[in-house]
Design a protein around this ligand. Sequence first.
Ligand code: ADP
Ligand code: MG
Length: 257
Amino acid sequence: MSEQIRETDKKLKEMAERLRLVMLRDNMAELMNLATEERLSPRELLLFLFRKEIEQREANRIKLSTMGAHFPRACTLEGFDLAAQPALEPGLFRELGKLEWLETAENVVLIGPPGVGKTHLAIGFGKKAIELGHGVRFFSAVNLLATLRKAQQDGTLVAKINQLQKFKLLIIDELGYLPFSAEDAALIFQLVSKRYESRSIIITSNRPPSEWGLVFGDPTAATAILDRLLHHCTAVVIQGDSYRLRDNLRGLGKTEM
Ligand code: ADP
Ligand code: MG
């Protein structure tokens, strides 16, 4: 490589740095070699470089958003075995998987006994939402309440609820496993009211919404919460056996369930 080319590459690198074209900065030599080998025209070269830069940026965004979502584990919609879950209608699964309901700030409630894939689906929808460019935040119901209680004690409840508005999708996992106090219900009410018709929520629960009054401790608050939550909502009831258990039993040779 001639001295002149080396100099030019150095300058290009500095300029890429200033323009925050990280991909170009870190792979200047390889990209240039590739362009030479492939005999790219100026237009093709620009197209190639821009595409690479965008791809890298997109991958970074997805990585950061996924970290910020605090999913308890990695699950995808593609990894959901529909055949193993006959209670979930494939048409509904595909429809929800398009996430058009996020645009209209509608909610999704996933109801069913333990192990049927509620959390898997919630994370899968969350992951897809991130891929589509949306912000997502996952909470277990217990963690969400702890967060809201703490914010209330600190006098920052409104700020906290507003901060959660930046997430197009809020996932509340395992609502109803533990009972709430009337104060907890009031916190959830404020959150749900704020998001009503502006931001989506996914809730997973082992109980149908009709029983949430018992969970919330305060029937009036429960009614007010349900009123907003269910107004624009798809409720998916997933019955059947635990996927985990099914696999275990299969391991034991008991395939027929
Ligand atoms: P739930 O939240 O309803 O208790 P999970 O989503 O935690 O159930 O599912 C339990 C385990 O079984 C998880 O590892 C999940 O990935 C897996 N699982 C459940 N249903 C399916 C399915 N239909 N296809 C693939 N994996 C599934
Ligand atoms: Mg779960």
